[in-house]
Design a protein around this ligand. Structure first.
Ligand SMILES: C[S@@+](CC[C@H](N)C(=O)[O-])C[C@H]1O[C@@H](n2cnc3c(N)ncnc32)[C@H](O)[C@@H]1O
Length: 238
């Protein structure tokens, strides 16, 4: 994991401090908006969806979470809040975003640091599709993942493929923007062919598409034990 920015602080940030940084971000936006970077309101998971993600991960008592897509740090702060609340002595949050410095000028990572989460979180600045392969290779295990990186079908598919080996059987994968056909189609394969089970009601109260009523974020429970599908039983998923 050579490109990880190693944590340089103690894992002692209080959930209240994280909550305060989250509130400030939600109410007033990021401390600066880098030239050419996507707008905070457009790119970030809305606050109430962040709350849903936090509460679900807290209920799951997740101790190790892989997150794809940092941007201004909105969802990462919510995940950090859940991890601190889990009461574990070694919470771990691997955050992957190749554009954190080139596009976002490091704003998201700065907010995680100012919340005291740099003892818990590690930032990886390379594409998730490459890094997750190495993470899987070294046998890294996570309780949960939150996926909100590249929204291209092929990239989401590759992310989910590797997360299927990284997130432990029975663990949880949360996927944002499933209302986009590219993201929803990738998820549909894992649901239809690999036994990933949507968790009904898990993210109730989150944002929905006003036209279709479909939720923007979906939670999946991974099968335990993982299936070993026969290619001859492939089920078309779109
Ligand atoms: C929608 S934003 C994430 C918003 C974030 N979850 C939040 O709530 O604040 C998508 C992020 O994915 C990142 N991204 C794009 N391509 C990526 C890739 N191949 N691997 C990892 N992250 C990627 C972008 O730099 C951007 O920060």
């Amino acid at each position: 994991m050579s490109s990880m920015v190693q944590p340089d602080g103690a894992a002692g940030g209080l959930p209240e401090r994280v909550a305060a940084v989250r509130r400030e971000l939600a109410e007033h936006g990021p401390p600066r908006s880098p030239d050419g970077a996507p707008d905070h309101a457009t790119v970030s998971l809305p606050e109430r969806d962040c709350d849903q993600v936090r509460d679900l991960l807290a209920d799951e008592q997740a101790c190790t979470v892989v997150e794809i897509g940092l941007a201004y740090g909105g969802s990462a702060l919510a995940i950090g809040e859940a991890l601190l609340g889990a009461g574990t002595r070694a919470p771990r949050h691997v955050v992957i975003d190749p554009f954190q410095y080139t596009v976002y000028d490091g704003v998201g990572w700065e907010l995680l640091r100012s919340a005291g989460l740099d003892g818990v979180a590690e930032l990886v600045t390379e594409p998730s599709q490459r890094f997750l392969a190495r993470l899987a290779d070294v046998g890294f295990a996570a309780d949960a993942a939150f996926v909100d990186g590249s929204h291209h079908f092929h990239n989401v598919f590759v992310d989910l493929h590797f997360l299927g080996g990284i997130v432990r059987p029975g663990g949880v994968v949360l996927l944002d923007d499933v209302w986009w056909p590219s993201v929803g189609a990738a998820a549909a394969y894992f649901e239809t062919n690999l036994g990933w089970r949507p968790m009904p009601g898990a993210l109730d109260g989150g944002t929905t598409d006003p036209a279709s009523g479909r939720p923007r974020t979906r939670a999946y429970r991974l099968p335990a034990p993982p299936p070993t599908p026969d290619f001859k039983e492939f089920r078309p998923f779109c």
